[in-house]
Design a binder for this molecule. Sequence first.
Ligand code: NAD
Length: 383
Amino acid sequence: MKVGVARETAHGERRVALVPEALGKLTAAGLEILVEAGAGAGALIPDQAFSEAGATVVSTADLYATADVILRIQKPSADEVALLRTGQAVVGLLQPLLDPALAARLAAAGVTAISLDAIPRTLSRAQTMDALSSQANTGGYKAVLIAATTYGRYFPLLTTAAGTAKPANVLILGIGVAGLQAIGTARRLGAVVSAYDVRPETAEQAESLGAKFVKLRTSIDATGAGGYARELTADERAAQQAELNEVIAGQDVVITTAQVPGRKPPLLVTADAVRAMRPGSVIVDMAASALGGNCELSVAGETTVTANGVTIVAPENLPASMPLSASQFYARNISALLLNMVKDGALQLDFEEEVTRATVITHGGAVVSEPVQQLLAPAGGNA
Ligand code: NAD
């Protein structure tokens, strides 16, 4: 079976789905690897490094014409969808819950779509395939570095002959994978870190990394299915907001990472809360995208400074700003997922198997993922 690695075409994307070090495991399983010319360029991996690792570097046309499976990071563009053929499979972070229409198009084209963001994350066997975690990890780390370089003061307590610098107060909102990495990174830089999440189990995790868990007077337990949070009710949101505003006002740096799967990110830092912050404070909104962010004033992809001197950084794709590490981890994730579905050198989908059932979104000309089918059903309203 021929496995192709696509060159990413999304704006600002610098990652690549496989790195040369990851090829050995795949070729040992009898797979032949094709790499689209320039696929590694964003991560500064030359084509030659792929060929030396045993891959064949091919043109875009050859990749789509000959590969049985195409590995990628981001979902294919409309032009790339047009190049895909019946019987071909595409594996990547396809976001079928946010873009069910793409799933419908891939199904109509007879393409098998396999989405890494749909793996059952609490299944321990699937941890090596968890690209959401590996990418969130790089994002959480980078968000803190951006905050530290944007903030005009020191993060650590510093005593020198010229005086003493107070440590920065850093608040992390959302204690998932990115939030935990952000806590650890901010602590290593010497900041005083506090953190908040709507899943109570995260308190212990935050504290074990040296952060103070922010306990609101209104107790909210929004633990949802699969270890994720559920969306808050309007009453819960109002109670949370009022109390969070007080906490935010005292912070030098706020890093927001809160997400609810398949939904608009929750609003945690209102315009009023930003207005109450001191000049020189920094907000890094990791949840910012075209859907909105955790901060009401975020502009996705941009850095803005408010009238009261608060800098709001809203990077759209932090993992792409660490393309080598992010690609290295992603390559392990996607290889593990692929090898889980390969028997005797060919893709063999066993829908009785939990990871296959969850991640195969389209197959045999149909959308086979139930959550995506529901979104596409007329009553779902998203088709
Ligand atoms: P995520 O990106 O979906 O969300 C980030 C965080 O935002 C979550 O902790 C969530 O609770 C929080 N959040 C959502 N709404 C909020 C609100 N209104 N206010 C404050 N915080 C809010 O989460 P993630 O990082 O992808 O992690 C999701 C879950 O998956 C976690 O429980 C994580 O531990 C779990 N996980 C488990 C495994 C495993 O068991 N092997 C592996 C990876 C992740």
